[in-house]
Ligand binder design. Structure first.
Ligand code: AHG
Ligand code: MN
Ligand code: MN
Length: 300
């Protein structure tokens, strides 16, 4: 089975991008090992108002530190940082977005959580998601796995004991599927969203929701269906973050034949105005997202 490095080489990945992806993949093992003794709340909040866990902060610092030292990166934005980090580089340098740990409330109950990363070739992270050079995530579950795309298919790797990754599945395609994964409290859902979920239920969709977006998305990627974290009655932009969560996951979804939408429009066409921007989010099989958009347009 091909290693991640061999796979990137075979795919014709640009040398610098390959080096960067491998560097990021090498952080999976130390992060996974840190789960044992960094489970407590840190007693601090990030700019989104989330309570930070020690591991959120530790993984954030680790990733930022290796990226700073890499001399390949110009710009870093992280869910755990209030400002964009500018790094001096000789040449143009990449732009990176980080959700160091997504689903961190699940760390304490030993459910799957992940690291979500977006990579922009020219250092500009405030551009449309469709312009990304690479999106990837690492899942810390029964296996530690890595999913990446450089727009040459979506591929899944598994971490071995030495921290390197080996190919598990190539060219993932999201099937139509019948799962639905509904985020947000029911009482806060809008009427049209509630009705849409009811239509999924009555057409035989099974509920699967863990509270870790990246893990819930991975299940949709493999089995098909639709994940939603919609606009809420008192929070029109929902909860999930455009830069750190929506864009990289959307980039992977689209490359696997799926789609991502606000319910009205394509998330990968949004130019972010700020790093903390949130977005109502639906991601899943292409035909489901098409039906959703039609449903939302027609709803009165
Ligand atoms: P994070 O752990 O990075 O702050 O993200 C949590 C997000 C996302 O993973 C998940 O879908 C959602 O918040 C869960 O929120 P609810 O508890 O409202 O379901
Ligand atoms: Mn997150
Ligand atoms: Mn997070």
């Amino acid at each position: 089975m091909a290693t991640l490095e061999e796979h990137l080489t075979d795919a014709g990945c640009d040398e610098k991008l390959k080096k960067l992806i491998l560097l990021l993949s090498q952080q999976a093992k130390p992060i996974k090992n840190a789960f044992v003794d960094k489970q407590n709340y840190a007693g601090t909040k990030n700019m989104h108002g989330d309570d930070q866990i020690e591991l959120d902060k530790w993984a954030d610092e680790l990733l930022i530190d290796v990226l700073r030292k890499s001399e390949m990166v110009k710009t870093i934005a992280s869910e755990e940082q209030s400002d964009i980090i500018e790094v001096f580089t000789q040449d143009k340098g990449f732009g990176i977005t980080l959700d160091p740990l997504d689903g961190s409330s699940l760390i304490a109950v030993n459910l799957t959580v992940g690291t979500i990363i977006g990579i922009y070739g020219d250092g500009n992270i405030l551009q449309k998601g469709k312009n990304m050079a690479c999106a990837m995530y690492i899942l810390y579950g029964p296996l530690t796995t890595l999913v990446y795309t450089i727009k040459k298919g979506v591929h899944e790797f598994v971490m071995k004991d030495d921290g390197t990754f080996e190919l598990l599945r190539e060219n993932l395609i999201m099937p139509e599927g019948k799962l639905y994964s509904p985020g947000g409290l029911k009482k806060d859902h809008t009427e049209k969203h509630t009705k849409f979920l009811e239509s999924l239920e009555s057409s035989g969709h099974k509920l699967r929701y863990s509270g870790s977006f990246v893990a819930d998305f991975h299940q949709i990627l493999r089995y098909g269906g639709i994940f939603s974290y919609p606009a809420l009655k008192d929070k029109e932009s929902g909860k999930l973050r455009l830069l750190f969560e929506a864009k990289p996951i959307g980039f992977i979804a689209r490359e696997a034949g799926g789609e991502i939408s606000t319910g009205e429009k394509d998330i990968l066409e949004i130019t972010p105005k700020s790093i903390d921007q949130r977005v109502p989010l639906y991601v899943g099989s292409k035909s489901k997202i098409q039906k959703l958009e039609e449903y939302m347009r027609g709803y009165r």
